[in-house]
Design a protein around this ligand. Sequence first.
Ligand code: CP
Length: 311
Amino acid sequence: MRHLIDPLDLSRQETGRLLDLAEKILDKPQEFAHCCDGKILATLFFEPSTRTRLSFESAMLRLGGQVLGFSNAQSSSAAKGESVADTIRMISGYADIAAMRHFKEGAPFVAARYAKIPVVNAGDGGHQHPTQTLTDLFMIQRRRGRMGGLTIGLCGDLKFGRTVHSLIKSLVRYEDVRFVFISPEELRTPGYILKEVVEPSGHPWREVRKMEEVMPELDVLYMTRVQRERFFNEEDYVRLKDSYILTPEKLRLGKPELTVLHPLPRVNEIDQRVDEDPRALYFEQARGGVYVRMALILTLLGLAPGILEED
Ligand code: CP
């Protein structure tokens, strides 16, 4: 049984095959409409979500399966003090696969240790968000035809941004990727990511404070939200929240084929006028998340032979 807790739980080859499957599903969804008949997905969300939870649920429903779960910790017995380990022990008897979002880093990892069903990390605190990364890679591959040979700018909250951490971990596995980290000093990429992930990869990287300075060289601009919920005090959040605002004027400095992504939700960091620009792909990116999660559910349930190495 395989889980997806960290993006590296799937090898680069497995990731590639899973994304190819997502493409096939997107192309002919009707061929997959009954693949999960009789199967149940549990969505265990201890933290708010729109895209991840609903795209997981949409994915399972589109595969012919059913869903159950909760969308906040207060409506589960976690509010009475039940542990993650006990919760997943119960859910293992109620569902065939579980997607868990938790405010505590490492909670889905703990769940996987006690689960009798595949567990997917749907975002744990400021740590990792592997299914968002699969969605990001799917969009990059669809738009650019490859992951390697690109200059990727990651902008905003690189300290607490779990989507950024997971994306960096995955991208270092491709050839000739160049990273530009754009953040205020207080929200820099964590040292452990730079030292343990980026530096050993040998890929060139640098940190800058101004988006405009690097815009002309980027192939992909990955915007992120400054996350109020990760700050210890409101004053710091208010000071940093508008550090970067992508406007049509700034986007004019970018290449004609630039790909602008954002895991969403967006607050102020992308001016709504940017939505009209054909390079702004974040809504299409979010839509792709359904097909990626369909492919993942099929893979982890053993219903898509040939994706995982042991198949
Ligand atoms: N991208 C993402 O994780 O969005 P939600 O928080 O709405 O799930």
